[in-house]
Structure formats: structure tokens, C-alpha cells
Write a protein that binds this ligand. Structure first.
Ligand code: NOJ
Ligand code: CA
Length: 683
């Protein structure tokens, strides 16, 4: 009888998550400040380390393993011994020099748990710590390796770090480890169908909890991809190293923070992404008043339409004469920047394959860079520099200092960089120009490269906007000259993409890519036409709304000047909309469906509202209680006309004015594939 009972008990315990896990010993526990999230650290019978996360007592992450594997040292996969733990807490507010809000709250409880290997012989016992910071709407954790005798360096092959999501969930994700870097359309699948994904990856549980997994402060380390190993269990998969292990580091060092955002709604999920900034180090550059959020035009869309070329010849876009005309247009309409691509030597022939031909200090003969920068500055317009590397990255690093010095002398203080090649094909050379390895855009070596660029640029008071970048992990806090980046499918896919971006794309981006930070999406193509007249799947009002929805401290007005001249009324919103915000409120939204957001200008009492929809039309009523109740406003409304439709009638827009206050509600009607942009001018 007794034996039967024991057997039955064992079956019950197995049912509760496996016999081994039933034996887990809790070694430390930590609550968020408002006791919403709770994290526990646990060891099992053979010394494997796990953590788990609960929200209001309900499991979010079930036991998820922690640990790493090394090239030569013994893995941290078992025989781990708990030593002790220290707690701390912080409640602080800090300021962003530019951003989607001026102030950021940083309020967490922290725990550093110290461990060592229990049975390391014949090697010395490796000591390490796991640090957790737990907020009410998310958490971050990282591994710390203190200086220790016998282990000067570690080569990390892989992480065992897991995110074992308990409640059944759906996922929004793009594939990682594929040739097109981050430039994929978003998959919406059940979590159990995810393969290998980039972060941020976003999840919604059956109960409506919203989760996002990402990382913060990716410095001198390989990016974390998420690989599903079974069921809803995700494991950190490090981007490969070009030579050996994914990561090689001298001790002491710490890994980037692995992050989990947890929110009740999609709207709150976006707001919880301050986590990423909070987990980064404060500004290292000191006075950054030289970093200027601004809008820019360019010799750019024509290149993607293929009506002009980067290369020299009859169709060359970057000529002195054509650039002067764009500068004139920028000055007339109040734009600070003019980006000119194809200005330098090296574009002729197959530039994708000939990165080592690029000069970053020599303009083509028909581009008088000295005269043009003087001409622009006299009108308050700065040329925006362009450094396309085509992945000849060492070749670029050798010229970088001189290139930034040239730009600084010419008053060029923003530079767009580019890394066009397939993932895994970055060219890393030694000093003699011999190929050392092919690297990934998001591997350890490239994480170092981007910081070398930022530091060199900062020495010349230049800010950077990287295309085909490494993903954003909040380093703009530490290096405020990292203005924006691409790192997703941008507007260019509407010129030549097959397929172009579908109407749901921006509502996907907002709840995934945009959780990581600003994107140089380059909105505002009012002509709604790509290469050869291919239709852009958007209404005009939606193009305007993107300036408010998709945050960036630099925003391009991507269309040709002649197209803006054709649509002066809609263009007015692009001229008016600021790029630097006092505060941001997500008013409504669902992942991949729609977003309604309001942002207050940093430089005035004005507010701006942007709303975008997917392929469905929508109506809703939005309270204007975010406005200052003591003020009256004139709302300049740019809305889809009643018969607007992204396929059938995309240009139909109504522009009207209304007197409104904080007590009013705004009735919103978004056309299929449509949007809404409103400027609230405080009286
Ligand atoms: C890809 C970038 O995203 C695009 O904006 C740029 O025009 C080309 N590379 C050429 O550098
Ligand atoms: Ca690109």
C-alpha cells in the first residue's frame, strides 16, 4: 500500500513539470518594486542553474536554464555551487539629450547572485555571478565574470540561457541567421512554430499578456538570436564568430543584458521598452549639444527608382547642379539636411562586390563637395554624409579618421553608413589588407566596429545613422551620437521590393523592431509610387502618420522634391512635424493591426497624433485627455477621405481644422491601409 502511494505521488510530481524539476532548490528570489514580477534562481540536483519569472504569482517563464559553454574551459552547465547574493534597489529619473521622451524613470530591485563551479578539477573553479534587475514591467539579467587566477580569457561557444515561456502564446518574429540580415517581413505564428528569430521578438499569450525578448548594451559580444529547442522553450543562440568561438573576452567582463518585457497590453509593451535604455550605461560623450535631431531630404529616392544612379555617367544623381537644386528646395522648406549618395569615388561597376574601391575622402569630379557644403551652410542647410562600405569594413576603418575630419571641416555633422552584403560576408582584414575572416553583421567583431565608428565620429562631432547595421540595444544612451539606424525593411522596399511592404508592416514594426530604438525608415513618399510606377500599399495620410508613429530623431522626407511640389498641402505636415519629443503616449494598438500614438514636441506646447492601420479600415474614439487641460488647441487634421483605400484611392485625403481641448474625444476613421496625422497647435 505504502509503495503504491509513493508511486502515485511520484506520478503527480512528474505531472507538475518533471521529477527533476520538482527537486529544484531555490537559492535566491527577487520582487519588482511594486511586487508585480517575481524572479527566482534555482539549482537542481546535479547543479544546473535555472531562473523562473512569475507575474502576480502566475508563471510567465517556467524554469529556464542559465549557463555558458566555452572552448577550453569547463562548461557552466552543471555542478554549479551557490555562494551568496547581494541585493540593491534604485529609483531614479534621468534625462535623454534627445528622444521620444525627455525623462526616463529607472526603478528596479536588483540581485547579484555569486556562484562557482563545484567540481572543476583539474581546472581551477570558475567563479561567476548572475545579476538581475527587476522592474514592474520587465527585467534584465546578465552574467558577470570577475578577474580570477588561472582564467585570463574565455572563448564562449554558446549560451545555455533559456526563455521557457509558460502560457500558450503567439509570436511576431523575423528569421535570424539568414542572408538578408534584418530585412524580412514579420512572421505571425504560434510560438511553437518559431524557428530561429532575431530580437526583439514579441509574444502575446492566450490570456492577453504581452511579452518581448531582446537584449541591452550589446558591447564586445555576439548578438543573441532565439532558437526554439522544444515546445515554447527558446534558447539564446549567439551569432557566429568569423574565426573561432562566437565571443572571446578577457576577464573581467560581463555579457549584455538579456531582457524580457511584460505588459498587459500592446500599448504598454511599447512604453515598457525604456527597460532597454535603463540597462545601458549613461552618456560617455559629455556635452552632446552638437548632436542635432533634424529632418533631411536627399538625392536618394531617384536612385532606388533607378531614374538616377550612384555611378557616374549620364544618369549620375550626385552632381553639383542637381544637389544645388535640392539644397535650394531644402532651404525654402526648412529642412536642415540633404543626403547625397554616390558623391564619392568607387560606385562605378558592381559596387555591391567592389567595396575596396570606395574612397571616403575623394568626391567624383562632377560633385564639388567644397562649394556645395559652403553653398548649403550659407542657407542653413548641411550636407548629410554617406559612407557605403559594401562590407569592406577594414578598408573603411583605415579611411574613417580622415573621412570624418574632411566632413567636420565642411560642416557635415551627420553621416549615414551602410553595410550592403549578405549576412556573414563582412570582410575583415589585417593591417596589410589580407583577409582575416568573413564576419556576421551582428557578430562580436561588428559590435566592436560600430563602436569604433561612433568613437571616431564623436572625435569630429559627427552623428551616425547606420544602414544594414547591428540591431539597436539602447547604446544611444551611452553614445548619443548614434542617432538612428535601419535594421528592418524600410521604405526602399516600396521602390523595388518583391513584394513591397504590406499594409500591416508598420503596425508590425512598431511592436517589434521599434521596441529596440529609432529607425531610419525614410517615410513620406507622397507620390505613392515605386520603381516603374509600382504602387505603394498606403494612403497619403498614412505616409504622414509614419513621422509620428515610427520614432527617429532624424526623419527623411524620402520623396523627390518635385513630388512634394505636387502635393504642397500634405507636405505641410512633413514640414511642421518635429523629431524630438517631450513625452510619448501610446493611446491604442494591437500588434500587426494598428497603432494610435501621441507625442508632445520638445520645443513647444504642441502635440502630434499619428495613427496607422493594416489592410483593414477601422473606427474608434480617442480621448484627448493627454492635452494640457488649461489650454485650447487648433487641430490640423490630415485624414483619409471617406472613399480612401490603399489600393483603389490612396491619394484621397481631407485636410481640415478643428478647435479641440483635453475634454474632447476624437472620432478616428482609418481607411484600409490608411492613417491619420494631427497637429495640435496650442493657442
Ligand atoms: C542600402 C540602404 O538602406 C539605402 O538607403 C542606400 O541607398 C543603399 N544601401 C546604398 O548605400
Ligand atoms: Ca537596407
Amino acid at each position: 500500500m505504502k509503495r503504491v502511494l509513493i508511486a502515485m505521488l511520484a506520478v503527480v510530481m512528474m505531472g507538475l513539470g518533471g521529477f527533476a524539476e520538482a527537486k529544484l532548490r531555490k537559492v535566491a528570489e527577487l520582487d519588482s518594486p511594486g511586487r508585480i514580477l517575481k524572479v527566482a534562481l534555482l539549482l537542481n540536483h546535479d547543479g544546473r542553474l535555472f531562473y523562473r519569472v512569475r507575474r502576480f504569482g502566475a508563471p510567465v517563464l517556467e524554469n529556464s536554464q542559465l549557463g555558458l559553454r566555452f572552448d577550453h574551459a569547463k562548461a557552466l552547465d552543471r555542478n554549479i555551487k551557490f555562494i551568496d547574493a547581494n541585493r540593491s534597489a534604485l529609483a531614479q529619473t534621468w534625462e535623454l539629450p534627445w528622444g521620444e521622451s525627455r525623462e526616463v524613470q529607472n526603478h528596479y530591485q536588483a540581485l547579484v547572485a555569486n556562484f562557482s563551479q563545484a567540481r572543476p578539477e583539474p581546472q581551477p573553479a570558475l567563479r561567476f555571478s548572475v545579476e538581475f534587475r527587476v522592474y514592474d514591467d520587465g527585467l534584465g539579467f546578465r552574467y558577470l565574470f570577475p578577474k580570477q587566477a588561472g582564467t585570463p580569457q574565455l572563448a564562449i561557444d554558446s549560451e545555455l540561457t533559456e526563455f521557457n515561456i509558460k502560457p500558450k502564446a503567439q509570436a511576431w518574429w523575423i528569421p535570424a541567421g539568414e542572408w538578408n540580415r534584418y530585412e524580412y517581413l514579420y512572421n505571425h505564428t504560434s510560438l511553437s512554430e518559431l524557428g530561429q528569430a532575431h530580437t526583439p521578438a514579441t509574444f502575446r499569450t492566450e490570456q492577453g499578456l504581452h511579452l518581448a525578448i531582446h537584449e541591452a548594451a550589446l558591447v564586445d559580444y555576439a548578438s543573441m538570436w532565439l532558437r526554439r529547442t522544444a515546445g515554447q522553450r527558446l534558447r539564446a543562440q549567439l551569432a557566429p564568430g568569423g574565426i573561432t568561438a562566437s565571443v572571446v573576452r578577457s576577464l573581467p567582463f560581463n555579457t549584455p543584458w538579456r531582457t524580457l518585457q511584460v505588459a498587459d497590453s500592446a500599448a504598454k509593451l511599447y512604453e515598457s521598452s525604456n527597460l532597454i535604455l535603463n540597462l545601458n550605461e549613461p552618456n560617455k560623450l559629455g556635452d552632446v549639444s552638437w548632436v542635432k535631431p533634424a529632418k533631411y531630404l536627399g538625392v536618394w529616392w531617384s536612385l532606388h527608382l533607378d531614374t538616377e544612379t550612384w555611378s557616374t555617367g549620364d544618369k549620375h544623381g550626385a552632381t553639383t547642379e542637381k544637389t544645388k537644386a535640392v539644397i535650394d528646395f531644402a532651404a525654402l522648406h526648412g529642412f536642415r539636411g540633404v543626403l547625397v549618395e554616390g558623391w564619392n569615388k568607387g560606385w562605378d561597376g558592381d559596387w555591391f562586390a567592389n567595396g575596396w574601391n570606395f574612397s571616403f575622402t575623394q568626391a567624383t569630379p562632377n560633385f564639388d563637395i567644397e562649394a556645395l557644403s559652403r553653398y548649403g551652410l550659407a542657407k542653413g542647410v548641411h550636407l548629410v554624409g554617406h559612407h557605403e562600405t559594401a562590407c569592406a569594413v577594414s578598408h573603411y576603418e583605415r579611411q574613417m579618421e580622415d573621412a570624418f575630419a574632411l566632413y567636420q571641416r565642411l560642416g557635415i555633422d551627420q553621416v549615414k553608413t551602410g553595410y550592403v552584403c549578405d549576412a556573414g560576408q563582412i570582410e575583415r582584414q589585417d593591417r596589410q589588407g589580407e583577409l582575416v575572416s568573413r564576419e556576421w553583421h551582428d557578430g562580436q567583431w561588428m559590435s566592436g566596429h560600430h563602436l569604433r565608428v561612433l568613437e571616431a565620429a564623436a572625435r569630429h562631432k559627427i552623428a551616425i545613422n547606420a544602414h544594414e547595421p547591428i540591431k539597436d540595444t539602447g547604446l544611444r544612451r551611452t553614445y548619443p551620437n548614434w542617432l538612428a539606424r535601419e535594421g528592418a525593411r524600410g521604405m526602399e522596399y516600396n521602390a523595388w521590393g518583391d513584394p513591397p511592404n504590406p499594409p500591416e508592416h508598420e503596425a508590425n514594426l512598431f511592436f517589434t523592431r521599434m521596441l529596440s530604438g529609432p529607425m531610419d525608415f525614410t517615410p513620406g513618399v507622397l507620390s505613392l509610387k515605386g520603381r516603374g510606377g509600382q504602387a505603394i500599399l498606403s494612403t497619403v495620410a498614412k505616409q504622414l502618420a509614419l513621422y509620428v508613429v515610427l520614432y527617429s530623431p532624424i526623419q527623411m522626407a524620402a520623396d523627390l522634391p518635385e513630388n512634394y511640389a505636387r502635393y504642397p498641402k500634405a507636405f505641410q505636415f512633413i514640414k511642421d512635424v518635429p523629431v524630438d519629443w517631450q513625452q510619448t503616449r501610446v493611446l491604442a494598438g494591437e500588434i500587426g493591426d494598428f497603432v494610435v500614438i501621441a507625442r508632445q514636441d520638445r520645443g513647444s506646447d504642441n502635440w502630434y497624433l499619428g495613427a496607422v492601420s493594416d489592410e483593414l479600415g477601422r473606427t474608434m474614439s480617442i480621448s484627448l485627455s493627454f492635452l494640457d487641460p488649461s489650454k485650447r488647441y487648433v487641430a490640423q487634421i490630415y485624414r483619409d477621405a471617406e472613399d480612401a483605400h490603399f489600393l483603389r484611392n490612396p491619394h484621397a485625403i481631407v485636410i481640415e481644422q478643428k478647435a479641440l481641448t483635453a475634454n474632447d474625444a476624437l472620432a478616428i476613421r482609418l481607411a484600409p491601409g490608411g492613417g491619420l496625422a494631427v497637429r495640435f497647435v496650442a493657442l
